[in-house]
Ligand binder design. Structure first.
Ligand SMILES: [Zn+2]
Length: 612
C-alpha cells in the first residue's frame, strides 16, 4: 500500500482502470452535470479501489451486470489539495458503475452565463483539467501515471454544440435507456435535447480529458485542422486567418519528431476567461483568444500545443514532480518548429523572452528554492500554486545544453528515438536520465546531470541566446535606464515580442515621467497585444504610475488568462507602502471574480493570502 503520486489517492496495490464510459446530462440552470461513469479494469479485482474526487455528489455505485449496489465510502474531511478519496469494495469485479453529480463549484469547469459570452444569448461551459481537476468532473485515478481510453455521451440543449479531446462520432436525438442512470429517461429524452457521442481510443492521462459546450461553430483551415470558436463570423474568420499556417507546422513537427499520432489537430478558441494560453488537449487544442493578434504571432502558442502532441501527450510525466519532462521538452520542440517556420531570429527572441522569465522566477522563489529545481518534491503542495516558468525554461535550457554538447544532428536522432521508445507511456526524470546515458555514452562526464535536474537555481552552463535582434533590444533597454528612449527608426520593425522583451529588460521601477513619455510615443498601454500591454502595466504599477490604474482595471476585467492576472495582481499587492494598491486590487478582484475560471480565482486568492 503506497500512493503512486503525491497528488492522488491512487494506490500502488490497486489496478489502474483502462476505460471509462461517461453519460453526461448538462443542466445549465443549476450549473451541474448529472452523470454516470462505467469504469473497466484490465482484470477482475477483489478488495478496495480508491478513486480521486473533488466536490462530487456520489449517489450510488453498483455492479453494471447485476445492478447490485457496491459498498463505497468518501474520505472526510476533504483534503484541500487532493479532494476526497472514493473507496469502493469490489469482489471479483472488472467493471463498476458510479452515479454522481458535479458541483457548481467544480474546479475544472467554468460555467458562463449568456452575458459572459460573445453572442450573449446562450450559455457556455468548458473544462480545464490540468493539473488535478479531472476529479471534479468524474471520479478517476487522477494521476498522469494512469492512462485511460474513454467514450462519452453528452446530452445538451438542442441549440448547443460540443467538442471533446476525442473523435466525434455523431449528433442525434436522445434514445430511451441510454442515460445509464445519469438521470431518468424522461429528462434524458425531453423535448429540445440532443446527444453528441465521442470516443477516445488512444490512452491519455486524465488531465487531457476535455470538453466544451456552447454555441460553437468552425472554419476549415487545413486537411486535418478546423478552428472552432463561438459561432460569430468575425471571431471565426479572425481565428481562421491567424491559424492558417497550422498544417505547415504539423509537417515540420513530423519531420522533427516522427508521425503525428492523433489523426486530427483541431483548435478551439475559448472565451477570454480561459485561464491559460493554450491547453494541449489531444485532437482539440484549447486556446485563449488573446493569441489572435492579427499578425500570425499566435502561431507560437499553437507551435507549443502542437509540440505537446509528442512531448506531454505521447510521453507524459509520471507525476507533477517531473512536469519539466512535459514542458521543457515541449518548449524546446516549440522553438525548433518556430525556427523552421519563422526563422532563427524569431526563435532567438523567444529564447530571450524565456530567459528573462527564468531569471525572474529565481527572484520569485528566492525563499523557496525547491521550486527552482527541475525534479521537484510536491508532497503537500498544490501544483497550481507553484506553477512557474522553471519547468519550461530551465527544462529548455537543459535540453539546449545537451544539444550544444552532442551537436544538433545527434540530438535530433536522440529525440526521435526517445519519442519512439516511450510513446504512450508515463515516465519520470530517472527514466529519462538512464535513457540519455545509455544512448549518449559519457554524457554524465560532460554535463553535470545531477546539478541540472536536482540542483536549485540556474546552472553556470545555461546560456542567454546570441542574436543581433536580441542583443540590440537588451542594449536599448539598458540605454533607457540612462534616460534614452528608443528612436522610431530603431523600433520601426518591432512586433509584440520585441516590445515584450524590451519591457522585460527595463528596471522593475522607473521614473513615472519616463514611463508616460514612452507610452505617449508608442501607445503601449493600449496595445492590442496583451503581452505588451500587461508588460507595460506591470511596470506602471511597480513605478506607482497611477494614471494607468483604470487601464489595469479594464484589463483585469476583460481577460482571465493567468499569465496576465498573476503579474498584475502581484505587482499591486507585493511590497511595502502599497495600501492604496491593495484596496484597489481587492475591489477589482471582487468585481471580476465571477468572470475568472475557478483555477484562476484560486491563484489570485493564493497571491492575496501571501501579501494581504
Ligand atoms: Zn505546455
Amino acid at each position: 500500500m503506497a500512493p503512486i503520486d503525491p497528488h492522488s489517492f491512487t494506490d500502488s496495490s490497486h489496478p489502474l482502470a483502462t476505460h471509462i464510459s461517461l453519460s453526461l446530462f448538462f443542466d445549465f440552470s443549476s450549473s451541474t452535470i448529472h452523470s454516470s461513469a462505467l469504469l473497466s479494469l484490465p482484470t477482475p479485482h477483489s478488495g478496495p479501489i480508491s478513486l480521486d474526487t473533488r466536490s462530487l455528489s456520489i449517489n450510488s455505485v453498483f455492479d453494471p451486470l447485476t445492478k447490485t449496489p457496491l459498498p463505497f465510502s468518501l474520505s472526510s474531511p476533504s483534503d484541500p489539495i487532493k479532494g476526497q478519496s472514493l473507496t469502493i469494495s469490489l469482489s471479483n469485479h472488472s467493471k463498476f458503475s458510479i452515479i454522481f453529480t458535479t458541483s457548481p463549484s467544480s474546479s475544472a469547469l467554468q460555467w458562463l452565463s449568456p452575458p459572459q459570452t460573445f453572442n450573449k444569448s446562450l450559455p457556455f461551459v468548458y473544462t480545464q483539467c490540468q493539473s488535478i481537476h479531472a476529479r471534479s468532473v468524474f471520479p478517476c485515478q487522477d494521476t498522469p501515471a494512469a492512462r485511460i481510453c474513454y467514450s462519452a455521451r453528452l446530452n445538451l440543449p438542442r441549440q448547443l454544440f460540443s467538442v471533446m479531446s476525442a473523435r466525434h462520432v455523431e449528433r442525434r436525438a436522445p434514445g430511451a435507456g441510454e442515460a445509464a442512470m445519469a438521470c431518468d429517461d424522461s429528462m434524458w429524452c425531453a423535448e429540445g435535447r440532443m446527444v453528441e457521442e465521442f470516443v477516445m481510443e488512444q490512452p491519455i492521462p486524465p488531465y487531457l480529458f476535455a470538453f466544451a459546450v456552447g454555441e460553437i461553430g468552425f472554419r476549415e483551415v487545413g486537411p486535418r485542422t478546423r478552428v472552432y470558436a463561438e459561432a460569430v463570423p468575425a471571431v471565426l474568420d479572425a481565428a481562421a486567418r491567424e491559424f492558417s499556417g497550422t498544417e505547415d507546422m504539423i509537417r515540420v513537427g513530423e519531420g522533427l519528431f516522427g508521425p503525428y499520432e492523433w489523426e486530427r489537430f483541431d483548435l478551439l478558441v475559448l472565451p477570454p476567461s480561459f485561464p491559460y494560453g493554450g491547453m494541449e488537449n489531444p485532437r482539440m487544442v484549447f486556446l485563449t483568444p488573446t493569441v489572435i493578434k492579427g499578425d500570425a504571432s499566435g502561431a507560437q502558442v499553437v507551435a507549443h500545443e502542437l509540440a505537446h502532441s509528442w512531448t506531454g501527450n505521447l510521453i507524459t510525466n509520471k507525476t507533477n514532480d517531473h512536469f519539466w519532462l512535459n514542458e521543457g521538452f515541449t518548449t524546446y520542440a516549440e522553438r525548433r518548429i518556430v525556427e523552421a517556420v519563422q526563422g532563427e531570429d524569431r526563435a532567438a527572441l523567444n529564447i530571450g523572452i524565456g530567459w528573462r522569465g527564468l531569471v525572474e522566477e529565481m527572484e520569485r522563489f528566492k525563499d523557496n528554492m525547491e521550486f527552482t529545481k527541475l525534479k521537484t518534491n510536491q508532497e503537500g503542495v498544490d501544483p497550481d500554486d507553484v506553477y512557474s516558468q522553471v519547468p519550461y525554461e530551465k527544462g529548455f535550457q537543459f535540453l539546449w545544453r545537451i544539444e550544444r554538447q552532442i551537436g544538433r544532428p545527434a540530438f535530433d536522432d536522440f529525440l526521435k528515438k526517445y519519442i519512439a521508445t516511450f510513446k504512450f507511456q508515463s515516465i519520470d526524470t530517472d527514466m529519462f536520465l538512464n535513457f540519455l546515458k545509455a544512448n549518449v555514452p559519457g554524457i554524465e562526464n560532460e554535463i553535470d546531470l545531477k546539478l541540472w535536474t536536482e540542483g536549485t537555481g540556474i546552472p553556470p552552463d545555461a546560456m542567454e541566446p546570441v542574436s543581433n535582434i536580441y542583443t540590440k533590444i537588451v542594449s536599448l533597454a539598458n540605454e533607457f535606464k540612462q534616460g534614452r528612449m528608443p528612436r522610431e527608426d530603431e523600433v520601426a520593425d518591432w512586433h509584440g515580442q520585441e516590445w515584450e522583451l524590451y519591457l522585460e529588460n527595463l528596471p522593475k521601477s522607473v521614473e513615472a515621467s519616463q514611463l508616460t513619455a514612452l507610452d505617449a510615443h508608442y501607445r503601449l498601454a493600449e496595445s492590442k497585444d496583451y503581452e505588451v500591454k500587461v508588460g507595460f502595466l506591470q511596470l506602471a504599477i511597480s513605478s506607482k504610475c497611477r494614471d494607468y490604474y483604470s487601464e489595469v482595471e479594464r484589463t483585469l476585467k476583460e481577460v482571465g488568462r493567468m499569465k496576465y492576472l498573476r503579474p498584475l495582481y502581484s505587482a499591486l499587492v507585493q511590497g511595502v507602502g502599497k495600501e492604496e494598491e491593495k484596496v484597489f486590487a481587492k475591489r477589482v478582484f471582487s468585481e471580476a471574480r465571477d468572470c475568472y475560471h475557478p483555477i484562476a480565482q484560486g491563484v489570485v486568492e493564493s497571491i492575496f493570502s501571501k501579501h494581504l
